[in-house]
Design a protein around this ligand. Structure first.
Ligand SMILES: Cc1ncc(COP(=O)(O)O)c(C=O)c1O
Length: 392
C-alpha cells in the first residue's frame, strides 16, 4: 500500500528549514562545533515561580483530568496582565481565549473564519504559519510586501481592490518574526480605519510584546481606539516567560471572533494541563521584575552581535525588539547561498530570509538564542568568513 500526503500538505513549504536542519545534523555528526542561531526558541529558563507552581500542582493526582478550556482564573490573569503592561481593558469572561501556544490560534483561525476563495492578507516576509494556515483552510494568501524603505510596514493603498473585495482577514505582527520592526500608534489607527472600511478582521500577533528594547513603547494593537471592533491579538507565555515547551498562550479582543475560534477549538482539543495553567496565572500576575532583567540580557546579546558584525565591515542594523536580527546580506549572494556557506565554512547556522517569503530574499535571520560570549564568537567566525569570501 502506498500512503501519500494530501494535496494540502504537499502545498505547505518546509523545504528550507528541513534542508538547514539536515545540513546542521551532518556537520554535528562530523564533530563540527555549530553555533546554532537558527531557531527562535528561548534558551533562558523560566522563573522559579513557574517551575515551583508546576511542581506543586502536578503532584496532586486530581489535576490530571481534561481541563476542556482555560480556567476563569487564567482569563482574569490575562486581563490583569493586559491592564498592567499595555493599559488595555479586557473583559475576562468574553474577550479572552486560552490557546495551546499562539501557534494553536494561528493554525486554526483561518479554518474557523475563512472559506475557499476568500483572501487573507499576510506579511511578506512573515512567520511561516500565517501563510500555511491559509493554505490549510483552502483560501488564498495575499502577501503584503514589507520593505525597509517603508519601515517594514505594509502599504495598505497598494492592495488591489479585487483582493480587498474578497479579503476576510489581515495578519500583522509588530514586533514580528523574522522582522523585529515596531509599528507606531498612527499605523495601527490607519489599520483600524482600513479594516472597518473593508470589513476585514485583523489578527495582531504580539508574541514578542515583552522583548522590546531601549525603553521603546510596547504598543498593543488592542490599545488603539476601535481595535476591538475589528481585531484580536494573540499573545503567548512562550517568549515572555520562557515557557515555550508548556504550550500556553491566548487570544484577546473581539468577542465574536473569540467565540468563533473557541467553537472551532472545542472540536480540536481538550484543554491544557491544569498545573501549566496555574503556572501561567502565577507568571501573569507576578511582579514582572524578571521581564525587565530579561530585556537587558537580550539587549546585551544584540549589541554584542551587532558590534561584532559591524567590525567586519558588514553593517547590520540593530534590532529594536525580539530575539532576532534581520540582516541584509552583502551584494552578490542569494540568502540561501550565504546561509549555507556560512554554515559549511564558519559553523554558524542562520536562516535564509526567503524561508519567510519572497521579500525575504537578500536577508538572513539571526536568532539571539545563545549567551553573549557565544554570539561574540559567532561574530568572529562570520568576520573570518567574510574576509575570505566577500568584499564588504
Ligand atoms: C511571531 C511568532 N508568533 C507565534 C509564535 C508561536 O509561539 P507559541 O505557539 O509558542 O506561542 C512564534 C514562535 O516562534 C513566533 O515567532
Amino acid at each position: 500500500m502506498k500512503i501519500t500526503p494530501s494535496t494540502i500538505l504537499e502545498k505547505l513549504p518546509s523545504g528550507i528549514f528541513l534542508d538547514l536542519a539536515n545540513r546542521k545534523q551532518e556537520l554535528l555528526k562530523k564533530g563540527v562545533d555549530v553555533i546554532d542561531l537558527s531557531v527562535g526558541s528561548p534558551d533562558l529558563p523560566p522563573s522559579p515561580l513557574v517551575t515551583e507552581t508546576i511542581a506543586k500542582y502536578s503532584s496532586d493526582p486530581l489535576n490530571y483530568g481534561y481541563t476542556l478550556k482555560g480556567t476563569a482564573e487564567f482569563s482574569e490573569a490575562v486581563s490583569y496582565f493586559y491592564k498592567q503592561r499595555y493599559n488595555v481593558d479586557i473583559i475576562a469572561e468574553k474577550e479572552v481565549l486560552q490557546l495551546m501556544g499562539s501557534q494553536d490560534g494561528l493554525s486554526h483561525l483561518a479554518l474557523a473564519l475563512v472559506n475557499p476563495g476568500d483572501y487573507v492578507l499576510v506579511p511578506d516576509p512573515g512567520y511561516p504559519i500565517y501563510e500555511a494556515s491559509v493554505a490549510i483552510a483552502g483560501a488564498e494568501a495575499y502577501p503584503m510586501p514589507l520593505h525597509e524603505e517603508n519601515d517594514f510596514l505594509p502599504v495598505l493603498e497598494d492592495i488591489p481592490a479585487e483582493v480587498l473585495a474578497k479579503a476576510k482577514l489581515m495578519i500583522l505582527s509588530y514586533p514580528g518574526n523574522p522582522i523585529p520592526a515596531l509599528a507606531d500608534r498612527r499605523f495601527f489607527e490607519k489599520v483600524v480605519a482600513f479594516a472597518k472600511k473593508h470589513e476585514i478582521l485583523v489578527l495582531h500577533d504580539f508574541a514578542y510584546s515583552e522583548l522590546i528594547f531601549d525603553n521603546r513603547p510596547q504598543i498593543s494593537f488592542m490599545s488603539v481606539e476601535g481595535a476591538k471592533e475589528v481585531g484580536i491579538e494573540f499573545n503567548s507565555l512562550s517568549k515572555t516567560f520562557n515557557m515555550a515547551g508548556c504550550r500556553i498562550g491566548y487570544a484577546v479582543g473581539n468577542e465574536q471572533a473569540i467565540r468563533i475560534l473557541a467553537a472551532f477549538k472545542s472540536h480540536i482539543d481538550y484543554g491544557i494541563f491544569l498545573p501549566i495553567q496555574k503556572a501561567a496565572v502565577a507568571a501573569l500576575t507576578s511582579d514582572f521584575v524578571d521581564l525587565a532583567d530579561r530585556v537587558k540580557i537580550y539587549e546585551n546579546r544584540r549589541d554584542t552581535l551587532i558590534e561584532g558584525l559591524n567590525q567586519s565591515g558588514w553593517q547590520v542594523k540593530s534590532s529594536p525588539a525580539t530575539m532576532f536580527v534581520w540582516a541584509k546580506i552583502p551584494e552578490g549572494w542569494t540568502s540561501r547561498d550565504f546561509a549555507f556557506q556560512l554554515l559549511d565554512h564558519a559553523g554558524v547556522a542562520v536562516v535564509p530570509g526567503d524561508a519567510f517569503g519572497k521579500q525575504g530574499e537578500g536577508y538572513v535571520r539571526i536568532a539571539l538564542v545563545q549567551q553573549a560570549e557565544r554570539l561574540a564568537e559567532a561574530a568572529g567566525r562570520i568576520r573570518e568568513f567574510l574576509k575570505v569570501r566577500v568584499e564588504v
